[in-house]
Design a protein around this ligand. Structure first.
Ligand code: ADP
Ligand code: MG
Length: 140
């Protein structure tokens, strides 16, 4: 297995409830290293650009409103098999379907306000990292 980098977001529902540390602990316990991190408040346009792949989905408006409604923590995570490992520790999109011990099972409120984002492929991870970070901001 190779050392990979993936992109993560601690979403507004989590920053509002002051549980960013609890989420970071879960990531670190899973063996993921936070090699870049910043707190930002996304504009609606920035959220729309980030979620462009979902623009035809019925929840696009709700999703981009939510993601620009409060601060988020954008992160780069590094580790063995980081893309798949992060998806595993995140749990299923719908917290009702998420496995015990996952971030979404323990913290998500519902299918929309589900506490975390994680890249779904290495290719998308690179695109998403570049959307928010310069190379100088990532310190592995
Ligand atoms: P994931 O975040 O698990 O990769 P998707 O890429 O399918 O899930 O969806 C992106 C985000 O859109 C989800 O994390 C969630 O915040 C939101 N979302 C997905 N499906 C729904 C839905 N049916 N209703 C409302 N929001 C949704
Ligand atoms: Mg996705």
């Amino acid at each position: 297995m190779a050392i990979e980098r993936t992109f993560s977001i601690v979403k507004p529902d989590a920053t509002k409830r002051n549980i960013t540390g609890a989420i970071n602990a879960k990531l670190e316990e899973a063996g993921l290293r936070i090699v870049a991190q910043k707190r930002i408040h996304m504009s609606k346009e920035q959220a729309e650009g980030f979620y462009d792949v979902h623009k035809e989905r019925p929840f696009f408006g709700e999703l981009t409103e939510f993601m620009s409604s409060a601060p988020v923590i954008v992160q780069v995570l590094e580790g063995e098999n980081a893309v798949a490992k992060n998806r595993e520790v995140m749990g299923a999109t719908n917290p009702k379907e998420a496995d015990a011990g996952t971030i979404r099972k323990e913290h998500a409120l519902n299918i929309g306000e589900n506490s975390v984002h994680g890249s779904d492929s290495l290719e998308n991870a690179k695109i998403e990292i570049n959307y928010f970070f310069t190379e100088e901001e990532i310190v592995g």
